[in-house]
Design a protein around this ligand. Sequence first.
Ligand code: CA
Length: 328
Amino acid sequence: MAPLVIAHRGASGYLPENTHAATVLAHAQRADAVETDVVLTKDGHVLVNHDLWLDGVSDVARRFPGRERADGHFYALDFTLDEILSLSATDAFDVRDGRDVPVFPDRFPLWQSTFGFQTLDSQLQLLRGLQKSTGRPMGVFVELKTPWWHEREGVDLVVPALEVLARNGYRTRADGAWVISFDPHALQRIHHEAGPAAGVDLPLTQLIASPDSDETYEKRPDGSWARYDYTPMHDAAAMPSIRTYADALGPDYHHLVSVDGGTVIDNGLTAAAHDAGLLVAPWTIRADQLPPWASSMDGVLDVLVRDIGVDSITTDFPDIARAYLDRT
Ligand code: CA
């Protein structure tokens, strides 16, 4: 079966990430699904946003000076939905020497036109509306962003997100939604308890971070929080245990290959995952951020799709992935 094309935060290579505009363009570019990150607001709404904070994609620092935490970030959890909906969103940027510098200089210009935030509820309504008006459904991969961090803050992201999915008709494996996360404890909780309690049985993807990453922390029996070590998840031996609660493995695509000089070799993790019954859903393929071993996005896809046989292509450029699959 041809791999699914998953538009990463929408067609984010062309429009500000996670906006409705980026979702609509992904649909027009014939993505099979859109990947959508979610966090909680202060008043408990499930907000579409990649980071826990709003700076870096919005004017929150200018609009609400003094509302940042000690680390300098303006957390979505510290703002009400009404406050967040009043912000302007833009393409991702860093602040350097007091200036906004785009993360991807060749993408949509910063602060141009008008974009804003939306809730997961609104995002799912958009997908349902497009399905009705165009006759073509587009699936959704909802990424729960750092559920462990929300728990440490005393709030729960998991159940509200499942409730929004259920309310919009995403309850069974035939409904076109996946739940994905780096946090294995959150996924296990959904599989064993929170999913059944919410009347939701959706497929789950275990995203895996670098062995040295501090993406996830886990609660120890004494109540303290310790860094979760992803090293074992990079080993073929871990696949059967991941399969006990997840349907797919979501690694950085660089973690599926070994590079020896100029040669790129399948490192075998994909086959091990497939043997265990897991799909393999690597991220994130970007035409404007290529690995040293590829001179174009097609070169990356040759390795991942043709040579390794992954099950989906998560990309900021769904049109390039779709054109590649149409051709091959
Ligand atoms: Ca994501």
